[in-house]
Design a protein around this ligand. Structure first.
Ligand code: KG4
Ligand code: ZN
Length: 332
């Protein structure tokens, strides 16, 4: 079965052709980062307009690279929430139009389920039950997944998402938007113990996070000593990154022990982070747990993960109707 996956929930216009929900034939991501950079964050109206301009060329490119014409596509899978309403509507409308014109089924997929399903694109992916942590620009949410299609939220952030903290701290330090990758790069050069930033940890048995205190601690540090440069900037990035990776992995491991889950998954844009991947792996190994993380390009937003999630949903009998609407606040 050939699936066309479409993703337009935020600032990437993405399309991918995936065979049987596992084999990626093409994976095209057109990022709007340059459009939003001067504003220091995503401007919803600009995002929608750019999706309108990009969506058809991106789909054409995905079909071309996969060497599959549109009439060979068996299923359309599209992110229908959560995200920016105007941005989501572009993908949903295009998916519906193609499905209607070609007479093929389509499914609206939850963006977070897409992130969780990105692991299906790897070789030897884990089967449920598993514990999945989605860490992105909009979410820090921990799900118990007894089977695909069933997601029990067992913890989340009480304020900023982890990626949001990266982006805000980057802005504070004068680094480009989005802040994850530039902070990660600087952090790898220097000392994660240079500055002891606070770790906000919820009570034992509670699997929630908070990142706004950490962000304020960075702001206070900058106010006290001035905007750091060179090695000092890299030290600050390493110390901030350590605090994020430390709290994320600590709670994930604690939840695994409490719920007796053996297989762990970290996904979403922040899962591309080098320190989070390394520390997660180290802590899982110490406790003889298996940690799975998608390859970095499948951690950040992409169409292939949406195709993977759509395929799984389709196998479970999920179908969407032409009256499907975008749901900006869809909770998984
Ligand atoms: O999943 P994603 O592409 O979009 C959302 O669904 O939000 O995640 C984007 C987030 C941004 O906040 C970005 O700064 C962060 O992922 N990110 C990273 C890294 N690469 C992207 N954060 C930390 N380290 C990275 N290497
Ligand atoms: Zn995302």
């Amino acid at each position: 079965m050939l699936i066309l996956g479409l993703e337009t929930s935020c600032d990437e216009t993405a399309a991918a052709v995936v065979e049987d929900g596992r084999r990626v034939l093409s994976d095209v991501v057109s990022t709007q980062v340059e459009v939003h950079r001067r504003w220091g964050g995503v401007v919803p109206e600009l995002a929608s307009r750019n999706h309108v301009m990009q969506v058809l060329p991106v789909i054409d490119e995905a079909l071309r690279l996969a060497e599959k014409p549109l009439d060979q596509i068996d299923l359309i899978s599209v992110t229908s929430g959560p995200g920016l309403l105007g941005a989501l509507l572009v993908g949903v409308q295009v998916a519906k139009s193609i499905a209607f014109c070609r007479g093929v089924p389509f499914v609206g997929v939850n963006h977070l389920e897409g992130h969780l399903m990105a692991i299906r694109l790897e070789e030897n992916p884990p089967d449920p039950p598993l514990l999945g942590l989605v860490v992105s620009g909009g979410h820090t949410s921990l799900y118990d997944v007894p089977r695909f299609g069933e997601y029990r939220l067992i913890g989340s952030t009480r304020d900023d998402a982890a990626g949001e903290a990266y982006d805000k701290v980057a802005k504070l330090l004068g680094l480009p938007y989005p802040g994850g990758a530039p902070i990660d790069e600087l952090a790898q050069r220097r000392n994660p113990r240079a500055i002891r930033f606070p770790r906000a940890l919820s009570a034992p048995g509670v699997f929630d996070w908070s990142f706004s205190g950490l962000k304020t601690a960075v702001a206070n540090h900058v106010r006290r000593v001035g905007a750091p440069r060179g090695d000092e900037l890299a030290d600050l990035c390493a110390s901030f990154q350590e605090a994020v990776a430390d709290t994320l992995t600590k709670k994930l491991i604690a939840a695994a022990r409490k719920l007796k889950r053996q297989r762990l998954l970290i996904c979403g844009g922040v899962a591309a982070n080098s320190r989070l991947r390394a520390l997660g792996r180290q802590r899982a190994e110490e406790r003889e747990l298996s940690l799975y993380v998608p390859m970095p390009k499948h951690c950040t937003d992409n169409g292939a993960m949406i195709a993977a999630a759509g395929f799984e949903a389709y196998q479970r009998g999920v179908r969407s109707d032409l009256d499907l609407n975008a749901n900006a606040a869809w909770r998984l």
